[in-house]
Design a binder for this molecule. Structure first.
Ligand SMILES: [Zn+2]
Length: 502
């Protein structure tokens, strides 16, 4: 009889924008996901940050493992986490792990670009402490967002680190399932992982539906399927608004005991990513040309305000794109999700059907632009808005639709990226009747909005998440890096880790 493996599952993550004016604290985690040890049951919906739990619960039901769920926390992206709050969450996770007693496997849902005040890479910090706590033998398997900073110490301390393959992240649970199965294979001695990494020395965004990225990602999955020596090939797209010496695009490859193969395959796909990095970048339309571009495009035109995407730590209340379209005579315009908890409170107090003057948006910081002063109608209040994302649901909470002067605005209390059309349709907005739909998102909106969009137009406005990297005051970023250094090409990282040979 096979002994049931004891498997601990925990999660802690938030994408941290080093230049964001929105500080993260414990309340930011409570507003999204803060689930204490044992709080998630096998029949509950698994929060995305703890995606490995889904497969773990299924294996427990099949009698293969015992699951011990520790702290699982995730926050909407923002600036660095307040140090005391980060340390308290980290130590709670470690205390849960200690309370679990001896375990065979530690599964961690992390992000890869989490930072706290004075701690530039929380994942490196967490992994070092988890490895020190459990010792050499237990398997540590980590699920990463591709918008991570790939550091040496994380690869050294973990046995398996897999990133989701898709951006938009439509495959979070699929990759998590594979990670859990492979962690069991490591624990049972069926495979012996070795990893190698390649530095692409590149800052950018890499939507996987762009033809050249699609081909690269499809080739990666075909290669892993066809070569039994390969365990995983992951791409760190990197998060250029983080500021770490390891910020940037990288490829890492995990093989079954074959270091040379890991190095070769990492170099092959790493240099392929460098070769296509320029053609796969979105070139957004500048604001002075945006009205003309939208007027000429097939309706409804979905305009991505990526510079104000809260999914990268921006406030989600900037008004530059709204102003540009209104000045060009575009209308009707729908906008979501605008973060303005004060305006939501006023609208809720007034109630559905109320008409009132409202100052909205343009408030969080200088890069938010000017507020809008409107005579609005409070059309609808939804208390429990949520949206599909990554195979799960993303909670938003209370949100309000207000209409005014050709504008339909969806206002939210909790800063949340506009992932899906439900952000409008739950309020009765008929997107087909809009001339333009402005979404505060860079890429994740595409899966849901593409079927209803006549055209998708990326805007290039000012904002906390503007993509002119030469304007960001980096302090730690390693150089040379493309596009700041146009000829930077990167190369293999001297980080090959031999099998742990249990
Ligand atoms: Zn991501």
């Amino acid at each position: 009889m096979i002994r049931r493996l004891r498997v601990f599952v925990g999660a802690l993550g938030a994408e941290v924008n080093a230049f964001s004016p929105i500080p993260l604290d414990r309340a930011a985690f409570e507003a999204l996901w803060l689930l204490e040890a044992g709080e998630i049951g096998p029949d509950d919906e698994v929060p995305l940050i703890a995606a490995p739990l889904r497969r773990a619960f299924a294996l427990q039901a099949a009698g293969e493992i015992d699951v011990i769920q520790g702290l699982c926390v995730g926050a909407q992206p923002g600036g660095p986490i307040a140090l005391a709050d980060y340390l308290a969450l980290r130590d709670q996770l470690l205390a849960d792990l200690a309370a679990a007693g001896p375990v065979d496997i530690v599964l961690l849902g992390l992000h890869g670009a989490t930072a706290a005040e004075g701690i530039p890479h929380c994942e490196s910090d967490i992994l070092a402490m988890v490895r020190a706590a459990v010792g050499r033998k237990p398997v540590i398997a980590v699920l990463y967002d591709p918008h991570c900073h790939l550091t040496r110490s994380v690869l050294a301390d973990a046995d398996l680190v897999f990133a989701y393959k898709e951006y938009p992240h439509d495959d979070i649970f699929d990759v998590a399932d594979t990670l859990v199965d492979d962690a069991l294979r490591v624990a049972r001695g069926d495979i012996d992982p070795v990893v190698a990494a390649y530095d692409c020395a590149t800052l950018g965004t890499f939507k996987t539906q762009r033809p050249a990225m699609r081909a690269l990602v499809d080739d990666i999955s075909a290669r892993v399927r066809s070569d039994p020596r390969l365990i995983d090939i992951s791409i760190a797209h990197g998060f250029p608004w983080g500021d770490h010496e390891d910020t940037g695009a990288r490829v890492w490859v995990t093989t079954n005991g074959d270091a040379a193969l890991a190095q070769d395959v990492a170099a092959e796909f790493g240099s392929r990513l460098v070769a296509i990095r320029d053609v796969v970048q979105d070139r957004g339309v500048k604001l002075d040309a945006l009205g003309g571009a939208v007027a000429a495009a097939r309706r409804p035109v979905v305009v991505a305000d990526s510079a104000d995407n809260p999914g990268g730590g921006a406030p989600s209340d900037a008004t530059y794109v709204i102003d540009a379209l209104r000045q060009a005579g575009i209308g009707p315009i729908a906008v979501g999700l605008i973060w303005d908890p004060g305006a939501v409170a006023l609208c809720v107090a007034a109630g559905e059907g109320a008409r009132m003057p409202l100052r909205v948006a343009g408030k969080a910081c200088e890069l938010s632009g000017r507020p809008l002063d409107l005579d609005v109608e409070v059309v609808k209040i939804v208390d429990d808005l949520d949206m599909p994302f990554g195979g799960g649901r993303w909670p938003v909470g209370r949100a309000v639709r207000v209409d005014a002067e050709g504008l339909t605005l969806i206002l939210c209390e909790r800063r949340t990226q506009c992932f899906a059309t439900e952000a409008f349709t739950r309020f009765g907005v008929d997107l087909a009747r809009m001339h333009a739909v402005i979404v505060k998102s860079t890429g994740h909106f595409e899966t849901s909005f593409r079927p209803v969009a006549g055209t998708i137009v990326p805007a290039r406005g000012p904002g906390v998440l503007a993509d002119d990297f030469s304007l960001l005051p980096y302090r730690r970023l390693s150089r040379p890096v493309w596009p700041l250094d146009p000829t930077a090409k990167g190369g293999p990282l001297p980080w090959t880790f031999e099998a742990r040979s249990r």
